[in-house]
Design a protein around this ligand. Structure first.
Ligand code: ADP
Length: 272
């Protein structure tokens, strides 16, 4: 099992053959996640099968309670499915010990959250280098400078997050997510706290990372204007992927969401 990033080729390339690992970046087979037991059991994920190719940008949408957070948590090794298997970058993570999972997350996954999740006492550069530090890898300042330049923050390495705008903080988070050349970047409502113009800039950066670095991005969002940046949108309903849309327009995405939401509402009404 390959856990450490240090053996990977020292290039900016995330493309399929970049580290010789074949297969999809993310693969879920028969994934279920149940909360509680018996008649009170909630099937947050009720059988998810999915294979996301490397170098793809996928948006995951669905009505409230459809399982988006649970999906992200299970796919990113932050939660354990009740059944089924999850493979990341060709590595089976099901059954991994907690310390192995932690190491895998640090060295091979990138995370971008709605609330940025930067450490306020560290400089921008130190925040970007943190995943390498935590993974016990060399803190390559040149690499930090390269990823900061990529996200348009070349002159901000010595600043602290509190001195930056929300959009700039999210750029730092993207630089931090890119620095390890991860197999997958998981983004959870990455533009939820940003205005429309800044949101578009952030989504453009994620798109650019996919198109030019071959990065793989999986983004949970409720916003059709964000999902439209993805190659495809997958729609969750009642814990399974009910629908998908390739390169859909914002109108098409909105229409699919409306259909799923009214279906979910009708089912909730029938159950009441
Ligand atoms: P979404 O992110 O789409 O709103 P979630 O993944 O948060 O959906 O939740 C899916 C379902 O699982 C919901 O019915 C929710 O109430 C339930 N659920 C989520 N987390 C828990 C938990 N820790 N305990 C019990 N039920 C949960």
């Amino acid at each position: 099992m390959r856990l450490r990033g240090g053996r990977r080729r020292n290039t900016d390339d995330h493309r399929p053959d970049a580290d010789g690992t074949p297969g999809p970046a993310v693969e879920l087979r028969g994934v279920r996640r149940q909360y509680g037991r018996g008649v009170r059991a909630v099937h947050a994920l009720a059988g998810v099968d999915l294979a996301l190719p490397r170098g793809s940008f996928t948006a995951v949408m669905g009505p409230s309670g459809s399982g988006k957070s649970t999906f992200l948590q299970c796919a990113a090794g932050l939660d354990r499915p009740s059944a089924g298997s999850v493979r990341l970058g060709g590595t089976e993570i099901t059954g991994m010990r907690e310390n192995q999972l932690t190491e895998l997350r640090r060295s091979r996954l990138g995370f971008v959250f709605q609330a940025f999740n930067l450490l306020p006492s560290l400089t921008v550069e130190q925040n970007v280098l943190l995943p390498l530090r935590l993974a016990g890898q060399r803190q390559d300042r040149h690499r930090a400078a390269t990823v900061l330049a990529r996200v348009g923050l070349a002159g901000k390495a010595g600043r602290r997050p509190g001195e930056l705008s929300g959009g700039q903080q999210q750029r730092v988070a993207i630089a931090r997510a890119l620095v390890t050349r991860p197999d997958v970047i998981f983004a959870d409502e990455p533009t939820g706290a940003l205005d429309t113009v800044t949101a578009a800039e952030i989504l453009g950066l994620l798109r650019h990372a996919v198109d030019t670095l071959g990065a793989t991005v999986v983004m949970v969002t409720h916003d059709p204007a964000a999902a439209v940046w993805a190659d495809r949108v997958l729609f969750l309903a009642d814990g399974t992927f009910a629908d998908g849309l390739e390169r859909g327009s914002a109108e098409q995405i909105t229409a699919r969401m409306a259909a799923l939401t009214s279906r979910a509402g009708a089912m909730a009404g029938a159950a009441a």
